[in-house]
Design a protein around this ligand. Structure first.
Ligand code: GLC
Length: 558
């Protein structure tokens, strides 16, 4: 059971490292574990409590490492297990906890488990590890049901049997190189208990659980027709401007099935065998928040990503509503709320918050997208939105580069794109590469200091020289200094343990609340508003006199 209520993760600021794009130590253009280790002091200076690393496991990289071929080893692209240990020790020495990603819904098709399944006959124990089914139609030529892949195209691929004849189909909710495991099979459960223990024994502080809502499918795998606005990771209702008051669509038969909870109770018990407070954080794209809260009941996961918050536009009434709903839903089960604005799957919020047209999650933006954002407005809103988020009680997730105000990269050459979404939709959806471009550290260095060579696996825009960390460090008003100040004040005033006491008397486009000694006011409108008394602790834009301009957030000591 969840312990005393004082666990570190309840209030932590957790920084997502996307290993491919954080820092490259060997100059091959791909980030690596040694690169991460070398840059940890900068994260300590920023003031984060923990890092979450996206996958660095053995993988053919068909989905940027979310296609795992060996759950207990490091891909040579990123280094070795020894490099992992050294990086983790360095992080712990700096007081930074380490959370790693675990990808249980599917493996890579290169995994030995799947290769063995292909080499054995239908009905074998090896096939029973995955979701193999006979096709429909006279000769099994039709897929077993009508499900589509999150990345586009159908969710089934037909195999060729050992005798060369067309054979069974296997399910893949994502790319065809990511076959879904069958979590009804106790063998699969045993394997993953061992994977958890392998990393817990090495000292990790927890796991971010990939596609935590997808592991169990409805019995009989019934057909499913998504609602007209569908197509997101959530399987049908996640858009940039969700009507958070709307009733959710019928649950798709591949998401949020009750059976997943038994698995997480089991995992909770595994983590509880280890000393210290280890954390399980669910990637659960589920509506509404009261449903998400089921993932963090006291004997299940500890945290769940608050994607309803991420999907809320820069709009005060909607923000107040989602904050209230989040606090109510999570506290209803004794869990902290989490907050998040960006990650490796969504358009960076410095662009997203200024988009002029709807953009479904996962579709991404590119040169031909309608309503491309104004970068100045986007950055201003992002700074204001992050300043609001970091004042909220609970735990916040940051995505690497948001502390530099990085925008989504829109004009990546088509030839550089790697997201399977781009390929599976034949370029109809740009996908997620635009938020995954390697970080700029030093304006004057090759690859802006990402690595020692000029190479970076996705090209970096020239404008990023101006956003490089060394250009912002110590520069008053820079986005990096804003984040550093926010994290310091958040700690000083214990805002992670704070409250949200709404303050009356402000126009509707203003979010205003008190948390302990701090008053937080965010103006999502265009008209300036008068500020109440109180020393200014933080302002997301320069202030002139006692007024708060539009798209600006301020923290006052009241
Ligand atoms: C999760 C990851 C995403 C990945 C998908 C399939 O949603 O965040 O990057 O593509 O799962 O593993």
């Amino acid at each position: 059971m969840t312990g005393t209520g004082t666990e570190w993760w309840r209030t932590a600021v957790i920084y997502q490292i996307y290993p491919r794009s954080f820092a490259d130590a060997n100059g091959d253009g791909m980030g690596d574990l040694a690169g991460i280790q070398s840059r940890l002091p900068q994260l300590r200076d920023l003031g984060v409590d923990a890092v979450w690393l996206s996958p660095f496991y053995t993988s053919p990289q068909r989905d940027a490492g979310y296609d795992v071929a060996d759950y207990c080893d490091v891909d040579p692209l990123f280094g070795t297990l020894e490099d992992f240990d050294a990086m983790q020790t360095a992080a712990h020495d700096l007081g930074i906890r380490v959370i790693i990603d675990i990808v249980p819904n599917h493996s890579s098709s290169d995994h030995a488990w799947f290769q063995e399944a292909l080499q054995t006959a239908p009905g074998s124990v090896e096939r029973a590890r995955y979701m193999f089914r006979d096709g429909k139609g006279a000769t099994g030529e039709l897929p077993p049901n009508n499900w589509n892949s999150v990345f586009g195209g159908r969710a089934w691929t037909r195999v060729t049997e050992a005798d060369g004849t067309p054979g069974q189909w296997y399910l893949h909710l994502f790319d065809s190189t990511q076959p879904d495991l069958d979590w009804e099979n106790p063998w699969v459960r045993d394997q993953f208990r061992s994977v958890l223990r392998f990393w817990l024994d090495r000292g990790v502080d927890g796991f971010r659980v990939d596609v935590a809502h997808g592991m169990i499918k409805a019995a009989g795998l019934p057909d499913y027709t998504p609602p007209a606005d569908g197509g997101s990771m959530g399987g049908g209702s996640a858009t940039l401007e969700p009507d958070i008051s709307a009733e959710p669509a019928a649950t798709p038969p591949f998401w949020a099935q009750d059976g997943v909870h038994e698995i997480y109770r089991d995992w909770h018990a595994v983590l509880a065998e280890y000393p210290g407070d280890r954390v399980l954080a669910a990637e659960a794209w589920v509506d509404p928040l009261t449903e998400v809260a089921k993932w963090v009941r006291p004997d299940e996961m500890h945290q769940a990503f608050n994607f309803a918050y991420l999907e809320t536009p820069w709009n005060a009434p909607k923000l107040r509503r989602v904050i209230d709903d989040s606090l109510a839903a999570f506290s209803g089960v004794g869990a902290p709320s989490t907050w998040v604005l960006s990650n490796h799957d969504v358009v960076r919020h410095a662009s997203r918050l200024a988009l002029g047209a709807e953009n479904l999650q996962g579709h991404g933006i590119g040169p031909k997208t309608e309503g491309l954002p104004d970068t100045v407005v986007g950055l201003r809103r992002a700074r204001a939105a992050s300043s609001l988020m970091l004042a909220l009680p609970g735990s916040s997730y940051l995505y690497q580069g948001e502390e530099l105000g990085l925008p989504e990269v829109i004009d990546l050459p088509d030839s550089a794109r790697e997201d399977p979404t781009w390929f599976r939709t034949k370029g109809e959806r740009y996908g997620r590469d635009g938020c995954r471009v390697p970080l700029p550290w030093e304006a004057a260095a090759p690859s802006y200091g990402f690595g020692p060579s000029a190479s970076s696996w996705l090209p970096q825009p020239i404008e990023w020289a101006g956003l490089a960390r060394d250009q912002q460090m110590g520069v008053a008003g820079s986005t990096l200094e804003l984040y550093t100040l926010a994290l310091g004040l958040r700690r000083q005033f214990a805002l992670g343990l704070g409250t949200v006491d709404w303050l009356p008397g402000f126009p509707p486009e203003v979010v205003a609340f008190r948390s302990g000694d701090v008053t937080v006011i965010a103006n999502t409108g265009e008209t300036s508003v008068a500020l109440p008394v109180g020393d200014v602790l933080l302002a997301s834009e320069p202030l002139t006199g006692r007024t708060l301009p539009g798209d600006t957030t301020v923290w006052l000591r009241a």
